[in-house]
Design a protein around this ligand. Structure first.
Ligand SMILES: Cc1cc2nc3c(=O)[nH]c(=O)nc-3n(C[C@H](O)[C@H](O)[C@H](O)COP(=O)(O)OP(=O)(O)OC[C@H]3O[C@@H](n4cnc5c(N)ncnc54)[C@H](O)[C@@H]3O)c2cc1C
Length: 376
C-alpha cells in the first residue's frame, strides 16, 4: 500500500478522504486494464469510470481541484491509461465547465456519465509552446463560423465525440484574436489526418478542419477571449498533471521498497546498503515535496483564488521533473529488471516523460514562475 498519510493534511476535508478510499477500492478491483488496443481500453475506461460515478468530478460549474488531484494521483498509481481517460474528460470539457452556455453544458451530462469522450485542441504544427501563434481560423459567415486549419498532438484524437477547438477569429493581434469552439466529431469537413504513436501509447492524432461549418452558438464564451479561456482551463488542470506525476512516483517508490527488501545481495537485503537507503530517502523527500506543492495549488484554487498560475506552475514543474528522477532511481535499483520490457518501472519510465512536455513544457513553467516572482 502506497503512503496515504498525506490525506490527514489540513488541505483536505472529510469528503476528500472518503473519495480517496472509495476510488482506492474501485482501482484495486478494476485496474489495470489490458492496454493492447489503447482505443478500446480508453473507451472502456471512460464507460467504467462514468458508471462508477467518478467522472462526475471531471466537469461542472464547481470544479473541485483537490478531488481532481486525488483522483488523478490514485488512478496514475494503478494504471496510467485510466488516469489519461479521466484527465481528458476534464481537460476536454474544461472550457465548457468554466465558460459554456446552457446548451453547451448539456454535453457535460454525457461526458460526466462516460457516454461521450472529449478532447482539447489547442496545439498546431507551428504553435506548440507559442500558443498565441495559432493559425487555425474561424471566419464568420452570417449565422455561422467556417473553421479551417490543422491541430496536432490532440489526445483522444480519433476516439473523441467532441473537440474544443481554439481558432483565430481576428478581433485583435496574436493572443487577442482567438476564440474557442465546440466541434462535434461528426461535423462535415472534420478529418483525422494521422494517428500519432508515442512511447507510452494513448489515442493521439493530427486533425484537419476542411471548412467545417458551425452555428454561431458553437462559440464558447465571447469572441476574442479564446486565449484567456485556454489559460483559465490550464490554470485548473496544470496542478492535476502534477498529481498524476505524483501517482507515478508513489508507485515507483512502492515497487522499489518491495524490490529492495526482497532482493538479497552480498548476504543481505538490498535495502540494508546505505547508498540504496540514500536513494530511497531522496525518493521519499521528492514525493512529499511534490505532494505539498500539488495540494497547496489545489487548495488555493478551491479556496477561491481567481488565478493560481504561480502555484500551479510550481506544482507541475516540481512534481513532473522529480517524478522523473524518482522513477529513474527505481529503474536503477531494479537493475536489469528495471529496463525489461513489461516491468512496471519500465512502464513508469515511459509514462512520465510526456508530462514534462504537455500543458506547458517545464521550461515554460519556469518562465511563468519567474514572471510572477519578478512581478510580485
Ligand atoms: C503525449 C502528448 C499529448 C498531448 N496532448 C495534447 C492535447 O490533448 N491537446 C493539445 O492541444 N496539445 C497536446 N499536446 C501538445 C503539447 O501541449 C505540446 O507538445 C507542447 O505545448 C509543446 O509544444 P511543441 O511540441 O510544439 O514543442 P515546442 O513548442 O517546439 O517546444 C520544444 C521545447 O522548446 C523549449 N521551449 C519552448 N518554448 C520555450 C520558452 N518560451 N522558453 C524556454 N524554452 C522553451 C521547451 O523545452 C520545449 O519542450 C500533447 C503533447 C504530447 C507529447
Amino acid at each position: 500500500m502506497a503512503d496515504r498519510s498525506f490525506l490527514t493534511w489540513p488541505f483536505f476535508e472529510e469528503k476528500h478522504r472518503a473519495l480517496a478510499a472509495e476510488l482506492e477500492a474501485w482501482c484495486t478491483e478494476n485496474l489495470p486494464v489490458n492496454h493492447d488496443d489503447v482505443d478500446a481500453a480508453c473507451r472502456g475506461l471512460v464507460t467504467a469510470l462514468g458508471e462508477a460515478g467518478f467522472l462526475q468530478h471531471s466537469g461542472g460549474e464547481a470544479l473541485d481541484v483537490r478531488s481532481l488531484c486525488i483522483i488523478r494521483e490514485t488512478l496514475a498509481r494503478h494504471d496510467g491509461l485510466a488516469d489519461f481517460a479521466f484527465a481528458m474528460q476534464g481537460l476536454g470539457m474544461g472550457a465548457v465547465s468554466l465558460f459554456g452556455s446552457p446548451e453547451q453544458r448539456a454535453w457535460l451530462e454525457k461526458t460526466r456519465a462516460g457516454k461521450a469522450i472529449s478532447a482539447f485542441a489547442l496545439t498546431e504544427p507551428a504553435s506548440g509552446s507559442d500558443v498565441a501563434n495559432i493559425s487555425c481560423a474561424a471566419r464568420r459567415e452570417g449565422d455561422e463560423y467556417v473553421l479551417s486549419g490543422e491541430k496536432t498532438w490532440i489526445s483522444n484524437g480519433g476516439i473523441a465525440d467532441l473537440y474544443v477547438v481554439f481558432a483565430r477569429t481576428g478581433e485583435g493581434p496574436g493572443a487577442k484574436g482567438l476564440s474557442a469552439f465546440l466541434v462535434p466529431a461528426d461535423s462535415p469537413g472534420f478529418e483525422i489526418v494521422e494517428r500519432l504513436e508515442v512511447i507510452a501509447p494513448h489515442p493521439l492524432a493530427r486533425l484537419r478542419f476542411n471548412d467545417v461549418r458551425l452555428p454561431a452558438s458553437a462559440m464558447i464564451g465571447e469572441p476574442g477571449k479564446g486565449f484567456r479561456i485556454a489559460m483559465s482551463v490550464l490554470d485548473v488542470f496544470r496542478s492535476t498533471v502534477g498529481a498524476a506525476a505524483l501517482g507515478f512516483a508513489r508507485r515507483a517508490l512502492k515497487e522499489t521498497l518491495a524490490r529492495a527488501t526482497s532482493r538479497e545481495l552480498f548476504g543481505a537485503p538490498l535495502a540494508e546498503i546505505q547508498m540504496v537507503q540514500g536513494h530511497i530517502a531522496d525518493m521519499a523527500l521528492d514525493i512529499d515535496a511534490s505532494a505539498l506543492l500539488v495540494y497547496r495549488a489545489a487548495w488555493t484554487k478551491d479556496s477561491g483564488a481567481p488565478r493560481v498560475s504561480r502555484e500551479a506552475a510550481m506544482a507541475k514543474l516540481h512534481a513532473t521533473d522529480h517524478a522523473q528522477t524518482v522513477i529513474d532511481k527505481a529503474v536503477q535499483i531494479h537493475g536489469g529488471d528495471g529496463v525489461r520490457k513489461g516491468s512496471k518501472v519500465e512502464e513508469l519510465y515511459r509514462e512520465i516523460r510526456a508530462l514534462r512536455i504537455y500543458e506547458g513544457a517545464s521550461d515554460v513553467q519556469k518562465i511563468i514562475i519567474a514572471r510572477q516572482t519578478l512581478g510580485g
